[in-house]
Ligand binder design. Structure first.
Ligand code: NAD
Length: 262
């Protein structure tokens, strides 16, 4: 029987590339977001095309859920109803807002925390009993280099990602003897729609051009001087989901071009 993976926030960016990689590897895949119909259709087709040349018999289904609304548990329940199991849970959905703390809107703070941290608490809480019953499971939280270090003007994002790293460690300890691993992947800057929008916000907050944002803010702390690619993140997620990664749990793995080595 194919293993089943649920990836939150997976109709765009890193989540979509992870979905394609797992489909290619033969997993049944659950996509999630709250995007308009056209984008959902495009994402479903993009994932299916990944395996079409090999006659891939895996399934891909879409699960609509706006994770800003405390419905992570229902999302996991719907997924289990459809696939009958949950082998890998990848908490990837996240939103960003760049503003000084004095101007940081409460609504932005709450949304970033709800999507980036509360939703992971809810999905993990619902997935762990099913994984324990199956006797095997993998939980991967897409945190960020901002789960390990801070940058100015990102109070909510940095707080939520640090919280996600803490949640990762705690659940890893609680599930260590149940053949379940729980890890966080902490990417540096990856050029996705989330970052495209941030270039504009950063340019406004810092009063500099888009090119300067990329050069002096985004790529300056990454010693490689290059964006991380979503494919690199997806490959690590596949590795962490394999049996040979059974002793890797409770860790936060930086994929940050050397950022946190400083
Ligand atoms: P993205 O904006 O391209 O994709 C985010 C996905 O999350 C989209 O599919 C969107 O529909 C979904 N989403 C947003 N709000 C949602 C909600 N309320 N409910 C359900 N789905 C929702 O972003 P990305 O850059 O691919 O980021 C993916 C993850 O990686 C995020 O958690 C982000 O914090 C993290 N990350 C990104 C970078 C980067 O540089 N891009 C770096 C480190 C960590």
């Amino acid at each position: 029987m194919a293993k089943a993976v649920l990836i939150t926030g997976s109709t765009s960016g890193i989540g979509l590339v992870i979905a394609r990689r797992f489909f290619e590897a033969g997993y049944d895949v659950g996509l999630n977001s709250f995007e308009p119909e056209a984008e959902i259709e495009a994402a479903l087709n993009e994932v299916k095309e990944t395996g079409s040349d090999r006659g891939n018999s895996s399934r891909v289904e879409y699960f609509q859920a706006d994770l800003a609304n405390n419905n992570g548990s229902e999302l996991v329940e719907d997924f289990i109803k459809t696939f009958g199991r949950i082998d890998v849970l990848i908490n990837n959905a996240g939103v960003q807002k760049v503003a000084p703390i004095e101007e940081f809107e409460t609504s932005d703070w709450e949304k970033i925390r709800a999507v980036g941290l509360d939703a992971a608490y809810q999905t993990i809480k619902s997935a762990v009993p099913a994984m324990k019953n199956q006797g095997w499971g993998r939980i991967i939280n897409i945190a960020s280099v901002h789960g390990l270090v801070a940058s100015p003007f990102k109070s909510a994002y940095v707080a939520a990602k640090h919280g996600l790293v803490g949640l990762t460690k705690t659940v890893a300890l609680e599930t260590a003897q149940s053949s379940i691993t729980v890890n966080a992947i902490c990417p540096g800057y990856v050029l996705t729609p989330l970052v495209e929008k941030q270039i504009e916000d950063q340019a406004n907050v810092h009063g500099i051009s888009r090119d300067e944002v990329v050069k002096t803010i985004m790529l300056a702390p990454q010693p490689t001087g290059k964006f991380v690619t979503p494919e690199e993140v997806a490959e690590l997620a596949i590795y962490l989901s394999g049996d040979m990664a059974r002793s890797i749990t409770g860790t936060s793995i930086a994929v940050d071009g050397g950022w946190t080595a400083r």
